[in-house]
Ligand binder design. Sequence first.
Ligand code: GLN
Length: 509
Amino acid sequence: MATASNPATNGQIDSELDRSGLGGHPRGLTTLFFTEMWERFSYYGMRALLVLYMTTAVAGGGLGLDTKTATGIYGAYTGSVYLMSIPGGWIADNVLGARRSVLWGGIIIALGHYSMAVPSIYTFFPGLVLIVLGTGLLKPNVSAIVGSLYSETDPRRDAGFSIFYMGINLGAFIAPLICSYLGEKIDWHLGFGAAGIGMTLGIIQYIAGRDRLAGIGEAPAFPKEMIKRNAIRGVLFMALSCGAVGFLWFGPEIVQKNKMLILISVIVLFLVWLFTGFLKTEEKKPVAVIVILFLFSIIFWATFEQAGSSFNLFADRFTDRSVPASIQGLLPAWLQSQVQDGFPAGWFQSVNSIFLIALAPVFSWLWMKMGENQPSSPAKFSIGLFFVGVGALVLMLASGAIAGPGSTVSPMWLIGVYLAHTIGELCLSPVGLSTTTKLAPARLSGLMMGVWFLSISFGNFFAGEVAGEFGSKDALISLFGKVATGPVIAAIILLALTPSIRKLMGKVR
Ligand code: GLN
């Protein structure tokens, strides 16, 4: 993973610290905040449309795919986005440097969205691939640059990441409101185009603010020949990763059918190699903890990341989206006519982000207030898993409340689901990231960060697979029942393991 080190900030005394950016943070944070806000705007704006577009009949301007195929493609796409952060981080460290990787990533992402704005199947899939590659270059490296704005001991470091996470969710909140309206109500491709415009604005402000990042995330000072060689390796690394996913999802039928088994075998082989052939004795304990958290993290994301697929379909097909007459009366006339037959299903995609923005400060306050008494990292993970399971359980009950074919349930169900999921996310996501960095032996910090991203990637792959069971009422009860049971059982197992895990963790909590 990229280590965009900035020796300039290390060892500075307090009065020399740059406080001219957002909330007394370094100026560079302001630029990175808006870059990531717009990147996430484009990512979540398009994501809110993707499954609905693929499953809409050709007559309705969609691709007319069945839900199983659509959710499978969706899982392959979202999983690849996170998978690609591993070669993306490598390219930053060995070829481009983090700063230029972010720029190139942004440009490739924007091209991907514009490609999807063209109404043709021939531009649809290449568009998805471009977004996957571009996000791999941008996402891990923009976070790495945030880290390098602060020295290891800078007390503003954690707060800096929290502000950055707000940027992520601000983008993720606004995007579905705009893109889903344009996409669902006017034309799908207009929605995809809007995502591209968002990314373009992000690139413009990144270039305009480049002075604020001077000297940070520079390209490695390797000899030219070596950079060239690394560039070829980096491209091959990305191509191979893409090719592997393509082969599993679209290759021979026997491979397609067994792709989850193959993925699980890959995980097992990787772990065996890690422990028997790679780790030094003193590294085994902390890495074992990271691996345990990695496995539970996959289960969490496999549930959480149903948001854009099965939950989105639930919003579209089974949720009452009518706007009460009293509220309609308050809207301008043009909007009234637009929402007469219900607001866009994708608007529910904003609920997670708005809850996150509201609750993140509450959780920071809570952990601070509890101080030494706050739950340990594995215990927080267990709480996270429990809540993500509860969210799915709510959706199972909501499915049970569907009266019959064609009828819908209250939107409060989905809002409840997203509330539970946001609480889960706040217990698990930031904890996973920081525990990984704290436990990782120094020589393995990049690899271990990659392991964390890999858990999100695999979670997305599995989420897509599970969401393929989406169907009518009975299928939904069974689907969400299973999706609820997995994480709740996992939460109980993890809680039982917590004392032993804490022993392995040593001083880290
Ligand atoms: N919502 C956050 C983001 O997009 C976290 C999502 C994730 O890590 N899966 O960055």
